[in-house]
Design a protein around this ligand. Structure first.
Ligand SMILES: N[C@@H](CCC(=O)N[C@@H](CS)C(=O)NCC(=O)O)C(=O)O
Length: 211
């Protein structure tokens, strides 16, 4: 199995955590999103992922799965231990909701492609980009702060999919200097996860392609 990844990609970071939690052996294939205008835009990678984004997961039979939610669902179905979703249907729905706030409502507005478009095509300057970035993180985190109940993870004493989405988004928020003081529950989740080897090994600074 091979994961096309970029150390700073929070979508790839989610998948790296899942692979580690489930102890799935997987080679890392770095795709640099900045160097030479972005290796993800080159024909070789486009042939792997027509959307030209990371992550992509290549299975041993050559099948390629794109989009981190689809990859995470695949991993949870193919490698169910430990599960990423709780058994109780209502709690499962809450976990999926928190994952969706990050994956659908924060990250798409703040990822490198969106920020690049605002800058290059719409002529926005860095201060405007920073304001944009912080706004979408803040409104998303305001909702997550209300929805989670750390104990010590987002939904109790077992790591769930929600944690896999929260931790990389916190990393991104810190990288862009978004104030997080108003989110003590999110910070507590991040702190609890930071003690787990699967999260530590998946962190951007611990990737082979870390700059
Ligand atoms: N919804 C996708 C988002 C993937 C995505 O946007 N990845 C970013 C890095 S975090 C990327 O490849 N950006 C390059 C670009 O948009 O040009 C997923 O969850 O896999």
């Amino acid at each position: 199995m091979k994961l096309y990844t970029y150390f700073r990609s929070s979508a790839a970071y989610r998948v790296r955590i899942a692979l580690n939690l489930k102890a799935v052996a997987c080679d890392m294939a770095p795709v640099h999103l900045v160097r030479d205008g972005g290796e993800h835009k080159m024909p070789a990678y486009r042939a792997i992922n027509p959307q030209m984004r990371v992550p992509s997961l290549e299975l041993d039979d050559g099948a390629v799965i794109v989009q981190s939610p689809a990859i995470l669902e695949y991993l949870d179905e193919a490698y169910p231990d430990p599960p990423l979703l709780p058994k109780d249907p209502v709690t499962r729905a809450h976990v999926r909701a928190v994952a969706a706030i990050v994956g659908c409502d924060i990250h798409p507005l703040n990822n490198s492609g969106t920020l690049g478009y605002l800058k290059r095509e719409l002529g926005q300057e860095q201060p405007a980009l920073d304001t944009w970035y912080a706004h979408w993180v803040t409104v998303g985190f305001e909702a997550i702060e209300q929805l989670i109940r750390p104990g010590p993870y987002a939904f109790g004493d077992t790591v769930s999919l929600a944690d896999l989405y929260i931790v990389p988004q916190v990393f991104n928020a810190r990288r862009f200097n978004v104030p997080l003081d108003a989110f003590p529950k999110i910070a507590a989740v991040d702190e609890a996860c930071a003690t787990i080897l699967a999260f530590i090994d998946a962190a951007p600074e611990n990737q082979p392609d870390a700059a």
